[in-house]
Design a protein around this ligand. Structure first.
Ligand SMILES: [Zn+2]
Ligand SMILES: [Zn+2]
Length: 121
């Protein structure tokens, strides 16, 4: 499988029974939809093990176009419902979600600040 953002080879990373693809170059992460829903609730360890890239590097690719590595559809840029400052790319057919390096850590580490921040319209 190749990275939807930078086209480099992705490698399988195991976390418990979950399998996540991580890009060898930009360190972005590809999650199957169901896995992301579960892993984002796993506060500390999942992001520590999976999200190895630098957020600064991930940000460079944040706005890059991406296509689903499974079906080739153009992915939709979506902002997270709970943390609207985070934008990730999701397959319109529901295959999965691509998070740039650092975004998964941000998603998991929901801070008190995020919880009380007023929602921007
Ligand atoms: Zn990549
Ligand atoms: Zn797809």
């Amino acid at each position: 499988m190749n990275c939807p953002k930078c086209s480099a080879e992705m490698g399988l990373v195991r976390y418990g029974t979950h399998k996540v693809q991580r890009c060898s170059q930009c360190q972005g992460l590809w999650f199957k939809t169901a896995d992301l829903a579960i892993l984002r609730k796993d506060d500390w360890m999942a992001n520590y093990i999976l999200d190895k890239g630098k957020a600064r590097e991930g940000k460079k690719l944040d706005r890059a176009e991406a296509t689903c590595p499974e079906c080739g559809s153009a992915m939709k840029r979506e902002s997270d419902k709970r943390q609207p400052h985070i934008f990730y790319d999701a397959c319109p057919q529901g295959h999965g979600t691509f998070l740039d390096a650092g975004e998964f850590t941000d998603l998991v580490r929901e801070t008190i600040w995020d919880k009380f921040k007023p929602v921007r319209s």
